[in-house]
Design a protein around this ligand. Sequence first.
Ligand SMILES: Cc1cc2nc3c(=O)[nH]c(=O)nc-3n(C[C@H](O)[C@H](O)[C@H](O)COP(=O)(O)OP(=O)(O)OC[C@H]3O[C@@H](n4cnc5c(N)ncnc54)[C@H](O)[C@@H]3O)c2cc1C
Length: 437
Amino acid sequence: MAWDFETDPEFQSKLDWMDHFVREEVEPLDLVFRGPADPFDPGRRGPAAAMAPLKKIVQEQGLWACHLGPELGGKGYGQVKLGLMNEILGRSRFAPTVFGCQAPDTGNAEILARFGTPEQKRKYLEPLLAGEIASCYSMTEPQAGADPGQFTCSARLDGDEWVIDGEKWYASHADFSRFLLVVVVTDPDVPIHQGASILIVDRDTPGLEVVRNVAVGMHSEPGAGVHGHLRFSNCRIPAANILGKPGQGFEVAQSRLGGGRIHHAMRTVGVMKRALEMMCERALSRTTKGELLSAKQLTQEKIADSYTQITQFRLHVLYAAWLIDKHQAYTREVRREIAAVKAAMPGVLRDVVYRALHLHGSLGMSNDTPLMAMWSYVPEMGIVDGPTEVHKFTVAKELLRGRAGTTAQFPDYYYPNAIEKARAKLAHALELEVGNL
Ligand SMILES: Cc1cc2nc3c(=O)[nH]c(=O)nc-3n(C[C@H](O)[C@H](O)[C@H](O)COP(=O)(O)OP(=O)(O)OC[C@H]3O[C@@H](n4cnc5c(N)ncnc54)[C@H](O)[C@@H]3O)c2cc1C
């Protein structure tokens, strides 16, 4: 009997330490450094100085960059443990960077480690793992995101150089990254899944222009965000700067997303648990019509429903993580569960944050609590890393695979037919029934 929902005491003590450390030492950074690039841009001196001693403590605790395998200096923790850690990190914008596991650097490190040449690892992976530089992963284009078949940004070999032309869009952290992993069409004559490659482009390469830094949400200045609209014009890089082989781009790209989606989902659980904490405190503090909000059944329903949805979602994410650990591969079953979790995430987050915000009344609507920032994550979660529809399509496709419809007039479960079949099977017992009469 192998079902087990417990965390071993040794690891639980690490989680308890993390929880305390994030609340006490890391969350203050969220309150003081509020710029969109602050947790991610190593060139921002104030945040970098505030993070440096915290990173050192995390390293001393052996909790730095835990997503990495032991060969890269990480712990080689499986996805369940990483999930539980990310649940805690999700409380704070700065926490993932302080623990050396912020996106998109984690996924980029993963594919550089798996597909990079020794020289690429030395030049790009090592400083990335040390937290000295930032990196960018650029795939989406202005005219096409969820449909890669419409990508046009391309590269051709010219002597010993790749020449890149085209545009990219929403390339997070591009402006302050040391290098970018850019998905480009290298063979337009075959389907994109065989004709795309990933190139490593140094940020300061001539011909790479950041046209605009797109900002998300309502409260940033337009154009003052961290998501790059990029233009490549006759941008030349060494032929050796390809990650994997020509045409292998999608295979490489797909291997970076599985674990990342689990971490993202567990960080979202962390956000929701924080919203629930706020909801409970508010319900136990605010009095109206002579009683606390917590005494009102409609408030209790909000709290109970939120707890139930968070718990259901959390267990689903941990189940997907457990499957990855079990199979050690992104099997179809694993991909189905990751897609189901990704598709469910914005809805659960919306329900929980909305209730928390609503219970706070006008205070919830203000930008004087974390609630409004949480609310702006809701639509983001449905878009970033692929729209919900695409992930639902994956789930449905997997569920329908290997099943067949019927050509009969009625389905198998049509009672008259099903009962007749069952009666034939149980004829011997039915005869005894008649005998009892
Ligand atoms: C905060 C943020 C950070 C991001 N960071 C990066 C990054 O670092 N690198 C990067 O490359 N990209 C990044 N992206 C881009 C993201 O991956 C894309 O936005 C996403 O893949 C969707 O592409 P799109 O925006 O072009 O929307 P579209 O592909 O135009 O989709 C728009 C809508 O059309 C509908 N739709 C699309 N496809 C289907 C379908 N098959 N069936 C039914 N309906 C469909 C859905 O309602 C969907 O929401 C980021 C996005 C956000 C919001």
